[in-house]
Write a protein that binds this ligand. Structure first.
Ligand SMILES: [Zn+2]
Length: 329
């Protein structure tokens, strides 16, 4: 289905419905590592799936995941954040085990293995899938190092499969949904978090981590994926309990697009406060904050408005992150 050139990029049809009819949504560079490389985000005219096209091939994509991508800050506050996040993720599994026969969990995209390790401490039998050679080697539980749909398991084996912020990264999400349906036991759960293409952050504010994010889902496209794979929809939790996707620059977007009727492009974004400090050689502190406020008053007001905007979005189910739970019937 993919047509690749010698520049390491390939053109693809819609992964969900196979259509080649699509509409341009926006263009932006790799904000982290390759600021000179531009990528286009399209939306399928037939099903609404968002995707990067053309995109780096499977061979080429490793370049966009350098070792520092996998490095977490080793600070106490980061550890506390992880425990909080894992505790919230574990809530989707806690009611599945009553203490007798251990349940089995496969965590797809387990990175350094911290979440499966957390679940192992709660009595689960755990395995992981991690394709990136840049992540740390895991020795305390089995980890498959090929893509999920290529692991050598073909029978219903797992009580739960989790994929925390993984499906937007892969080249073939349909293969992942089908594999989950194949290797889950009856009534097993597939639980995954993805960004929400119905949110301002994903669709208008350039908050997606492109080209590490290749796909942009919403509840309709997720429903259709689940249906195609033979999984049953259980629920969607739209919100910031597990991951956040702040509606950064919402104010200037609303100002330019809604009030002035202009388009809002990547070039309209102000520097982030960190980029601003780096450019001007400033240390974090009051002086840097004041200079940043003078540079971009709207960004500073915008930052103060986040809690209100986020709460309104969560009420309308248009926040940037959704967790879905599906069941194998
Ligand atoms: Zn489509």
């Amino acid at each position: 289905m993919a047509v690749s050139g010698d520049d390491g990029l390939e053109n693809v049809a819609c992964n969900l419905c196979g259509s080649r009819r699509h509409t341009f949504v926006y263009e932006m560079p790799d904000p982290r590592y390759f600021p000179d490389e531009l990528f286009r985000v399209l939306e399928c005219d037939d099903c609404g799936l968002g995707f990067v096209n053309p995109r780096p091939t499977l061979q080429e994509i490793a370049k966009y995941y350098p070792p520092e991508y996998f490095r977490s800050p080793s600070t106490q506050s980061f550890d506390r954040y992880l425990i909080r996040r894992f505790t919230r993720e574990a809530r989707y599994l806690d009611d599945m085990w009553n203490g007798d026969t251990p349940r089995t969990l496969l965590d797809v995209g387990c990175a350094n293995g911290d979440f499966p390790r957390f679940m192992a401490a709660r009595g689960w039998q755990v395995e992981g899938v991690e394709v990136s050679p840049a992540s740390e080697r895991i020795t305390d539980f089995p980890v498959h190092t090929q893509e999920f749909h290529h692991i050598p398991t073909h029978e219903p084996t797992y009580d739960a499969i989790t994929a925390w912020a993984v499906l937007e990264h892969v080249h073939d999400p349909m293969a992942y949904f089908r594999k989950a349906a194949q290797v889950l036991r009856k009534n097993g759960r597939f639980i995954f978090a993805v960004t929400n293409f119905h949110s301002a952050a994903s669709r208008f504010l350039f908050c997606e981590d492109i080209p590490r994010h290749l796909y942009f889902f919403n509840r309709e496209t997720i429903r259709r994926y689940l249906q195609s794979a033979g999984l049953v929809w259980e629920k969607e939790d739209n919100g910031r309990a597990i991951y956040k996707l702040a509606p950064r620059n919402w104010l200037s977007f609303m100002w330019k697009s809604k009030l002035l009727g202009r388009g809002f492009t990547y070039k309209d974004l102000p520097l982030t406060s960190r980029e601003f400090r780096e450019r001007h050689g400033l240390q974090p502190g009051i002086r840097a904050a004041l200079r940043y406020a003078a540079y971009s008053p709207s960004a500073s007001i915008d930052r103060m408005l986040w809690p209100v905007i986020e709460s309104a979005q969560i009420l309308r189910k248009t926040y940037g992150i959704s967790v879905y739970v599906a069941r194998k019937g």
